[in-house]
Write a protein that binds this ligand. Structure first.
Ligand code: AMP
Length: 173
């Protein structure tokens, strides 16, 4: 299946979850088995070049791409979750939102020292989540080999917050 057909299945939902935000709804793409395979394969090719030994999925839509990439590579997958969801000891990073703060967690023993990982999420918007995830990796003793996103919202300049590390996005707007 051509990538542009998979891309055409991403739906813009204006004013969700609040006025002024155009939400990139990937549900129609996920509902099409061939489209999901096509984008997962393209993301896998990018991740392979970054040389990770594990893929980090960011809750929750990041899981949907971290898992097929990891499966195809024969690599491990690590879940980065909202507070209170993980059963074991965790490392936590707090990050700023428009109003207030949020935090994300990962198991303290998820990574071996220096282990290279690729951070995977569906959308790169302001970059706050990806930046916080990179800090989490470093706090757990790992190394960020790169970032892989299905979608990048270029106007928000999120990649400027991610340093010199490789960043791949399949579709950008
Ligand atoms: P940010 O931290 O601003 O880069 O936002 C990234 C997170 O918010 C990702 O986990 C996305 O799933 C979600 N997100 C932000 N903006 C959008 C959008 N316009 N459409 C869909 N998801 C979004």
């Amino acid at each position: 299946m051509p990538l542009h057909y998979a891309e055409s299945l991403i739906r813009d939902v204006p004013d969700f979850p609040k006025p002024g935000i155009v939400f990139k709804d990937i549900a129609p793409l996920l509902q099409d088995g061939q489209a999901w395979i096509t984008v997962s394969d393209a993301l896998t090719r990018a991740a392979v070049d970054m040389g990770p030994s594990k893929l980090l999925g960011v809750e929750s839509r990041g899981f949907l791409f971290a898992a097929p990439i990891a499966y195809k590579m024969g690599a491990g997958v690590v879940l980065v979750r909202k507070p209170g969801k993980l059963p074991w000891k965790t490392v936590t990073t707090e990050y700023a939102l428009e109003y207030g703060t949020d935090s994300i967690e990962m198991h303290i023993d998820a990574l071996t020292p220096g282990e290279p990982v690729v951070i995977v999420d569906d959308v790169l918007a302001t970059g706050g989540t990806a930046e916080a995830t990179a800090k989490l990796v470093e706090a757990a003793g790992g190394t960020v080999a790169g970032f892989v996103f299905l979608i990048e919202l270029k106007g928000l300049s999120g990649r400027n917050r991610l340093g010199e590390r490789p960043i791949f996005s399949l579709f950008s707007y």
